[in-house]
Design a protein around this ligand. Sequence first.
Ligand SMILES: [Zn+2]
Length: 422
Amino acid sequence: MSSSPFLPLPPGLEIVSVETVDDLLKVQVASTKERAFCPLCHCPSERRHSHYTRVVADRPCADFRVQLILHVRKFFCETVDCSRKIFTERLPAFVEPWARVTVRLRQALEAVGIATCGEVGTRLAQRLALPTSPTTLLRRIMALPTDAVGSVKQLGIDDFALRRGRNYGTVLVDLVRHRVIDLLPDRKAEPAKVWMQAHPEIDLVSRDRGGDYASAASQGAPQAAQSADRFHLVKNLTEAVQKALVHCRAELQREPKRAEPVDPPAGEESALSSVTSDGQAYSAHQAERYERYQQVMALHEQGMKTKEIAKRVGLGVRTIQRWLTQGEYVETNYHHQHRSRFDAYEAYVMRRWDEGCHNMQLMRDKLRKVNPPAKPPRPFGVAPDGYNAALDLSHTALRAESEGERYTGVLHRPTLAFALRV
Ligand SMILES: [Zn+2]
C-alpha cells in the first residue's frame, strides 16, 4: 500500500502495515527512494550504509491518534572532498530533522495555539485528538518566525511588563497595520532611539507622556511629529475629571436632596447636617469621610470582615480597624474649604473666553504676564505644561454636559462654572 486517502504520504514513502492499539494507529512507513542527497554537498548517492527507525506523531485520522514508525536509511556520501561521509536521508517537506512530529501536525498545533492560548488551546486540541500541553503550544508559537518590520510611517511606542514592578520592555506597533512589529528588552531611551534611527521613514510617533520615549523620538526620529497616545490622553483626562469632581462630591450628593427633600429618619445622624466640634459645617472631604464611616459601620454590623469592608469602601485596613476600635466617629482635625488655584483667575479667564480666546495655552501664557502668580509658574496648578489644565476644564465640561442637571447646584464653584461654559 503506497499511501491512503486517510493518511496521505509524500512520494517516496509507503505504508507497510497498520496496527490499532486502543485509540492509537501505529503505522509502519518505509522509504522507497533509490537515492538521497547529501545535506552538505547536495550530491546524490545510491550507496546505502544502513537503516534505522524514527517514531513521529502525525495528525489524527478519524479520531485515532496516529504514530508513524519511519524506516529510513543512511547513505555514503561519495563526493571526495565532502566532510560528511555518511548521512541520513532527509524528508524535509514531511518531517524535519530531529523532529518528533510531522510538519502537518506542527502546523495544526500552531494554528490552534494562535487562535486560542496555552490552556484553552490544550483543551481544544485534546478534543481534536491532538494531545499537547500549554507549554508546548506556547513554545511552538514563540518559535514562529516574525514578519520583517518593513516600512513604518506611524509608530506607536509604549512599555510593557515582563514582570510587573521589576522588568519592563518596550513594544513597538505599526499604527497603520495595527500590528506589533518589534520588542525591545528594556524601556530606556537609547535602544528606542537606535531603533528609530534605522527607520527614517517614520512620520509620526505616538507615545506616552514620559520623558524617555519623547527623548528617544526627538533624537532617533527628529523628522517625525510626536503625539500622546489615546490611552494616556484618556487616562489623564479621567484623572483630571476625578480630581475636579472629588472636591464637589458633597455638593453633588446634596443637590438631588434639595430637589426632593426627604426628612432623615429620627435618631439617625446625617452627614450633611454634621458640624465639627467648633461648630462649622463639614467640608466636602469631611462629609465624604463621615459617609464612609457610616458605611463601614453598617457593613460591620452585617458581619462583613475588615478586609472585605476595606475593599468595598476603598479605605485601608488599618483605618477600618481604627474606626472599629474607637467605637465612635472621630472627626478629622482640620476644616478647610477646598479652593482651586483657578479661582483666583476666574474673572480673567471668563472675560478672555467671552472675547473669543479658547486657546488654553495662549491664555495661560498671557495670564502669567498680566497677573503673575505669587508662586509661579502654574496658574491652574494641574500640570507643569499647562496641558492638563485645559484637559481638566474641557473634560469636566463634557461630564457636566451629560450630567448637567446634577451640576446646576454647584455652579458657585468657578472651576465647574467655567467648565460648563467651555
Ligand atoms: Zn556530501
